[in-house]
Write a new protein. Structure first.
Length: 338
């Protein structure tokens, strides 16, 4: 039986993260080998000890590997040459540690605010056996931001993005016609000659699977293509640069309708993306909603046992010590300059 490793980026949301993993295991456990959790160097609202709630909840059920990056990737433009040569810098890019270190054939990548209700992984696997050029499966296209989508000109969608291939002039005219969220940036990308797939098109990382053999033989640091999770300056959003290069190298992707398998950002009344971290009261409400759902639907104790209480306290102390040392460093520099 084929198996996949799983990758989740942990940036807060412990209860939503637990639900994401437990709901995936409920339907796809037989297809899963190990869960990689990348614990970001920074955490929202300094909630550094909360990750141990996740570890305590899932470690009895599945193999878990934690990775703590040396740097925090703040979505800025990446340095291509440094990514190629600096492992720690490269592994700060979302999902990259697992993409390089997973031992299986496939890596299933997901956000930590998902609720699965069907076996998405099980339905993805058969497609790979039929097509050795298939590099990834999942929801394709940020259609809410693209003028070619059904919301605007109705020329394209995730199933036929490979069929809609406008020339540069046609694509620019289309983007000028509609007021999409990243209109100026998308036109800037088109003007560089990166026309197909259109600038907003990508394999969405909130629930997708990547064939690791293809990824590793085409992508940094092993080959020329940019990494899956990064922003490279010439791209409209994370993942669009890698997707553009892979499609133009002749690799294929299969669209899955996410809502057939999962709900994204179910507990947040505002929405998803960066908005989920914008205000402490919204963050707390989302986690409260998730905790209620967790207690109602899963037989799990969310109170940390003694072992994880100690580990949580040590993690918080480590953060506070580093914070104080950084303050002292900057204070000392100001005195020297004075």
């Amino acid at each position: 039986m084929k198996k996949a490793d799983i990758c989740v980026i942990y940036f807060g949301k412990p209860y939503q993260t637990i639900i994401s993993i437990l709901s995936l295991l409920k339907y796809s456990r037989q297809h899963i080998n190990k869960v990689f959790i990348t614990v970001e160097k920074k955490q929202p609202f300094d909630t550094y000890g909360d990750v141990f709630k996740v570890i305590q909840a899932i470690k009895p059920l599945i193999l878990v590997e934690l990775y703590y990056p040396q740097y925090f990737y703040d979505l800025d433009t990446l340095d291509y040459e440094r990514v190629k040569t600096d492992k720690d810098y490269r592994w700060s890019i979302p999902y990259q540690y697992a993409l390089e270190n997973a031992s299986g054939e496939y890596l299933f990548i997901m956000h930590n605010d998902m609720v699965f209700h069907s076996d998405m992984i099980g339905e993805m696997f058969p497609l790979y056996g039929q097509n050795n050029k298939l590099a990834g499966t999942g929801s394709i296209g940020q259609c809410w931001s693209c003028p070619a989508s059904a919301s605007f000109a109705d020329l394209c969608n995730g199933f036929k993005f490979q069929e809609y291939v406008p020339d540069q002039a046609e694509a620019i005219i289309l983007h000028e016609k509609y007021n999409t969220p990243r209109k100026a940036k998308d036109i800037e990308v088109l003007e560089t000659g990166r026309v197909h797939p259109l600038p907003e098109c990508r394999l969405n990382e909130y629930a997708c699977m990547i064939r690791l053999e293809i990824y590793r033989k085409t992508t940094l640091p092993f080959a020329k293509n940019v990494c899956f999770g990064g922003n490279w300056g010439f791209t409209a959003d994370l993942g669009t640069g890698w997707f553009h290069q892979m499609v133009n190298d002749g690799f294929q992707f299969q669209h899955f309708i996410l809502e057939n398998y999962a709900i994204h950002s179910m507990f947040n009344p505002i929405g998803q993306g960066i908005q989920a971290y914008s205000k402490a009261d919204n963050y707390d409400l989302s986690e409260k909603n998730a905790l209620n759902y967790l207690l109602e639907n899963y037989n799990i104790n969310v109170t940390l046992n003694l072992k994880y209480q100690i580990l949580s306290s040590l993690r918080i102390q480590k953060f506070n010590i580093k914070k104080q040392l950084l303050k002292m460093y900057h204070f000392g520099r100001r005195i020297v300059k004075a």
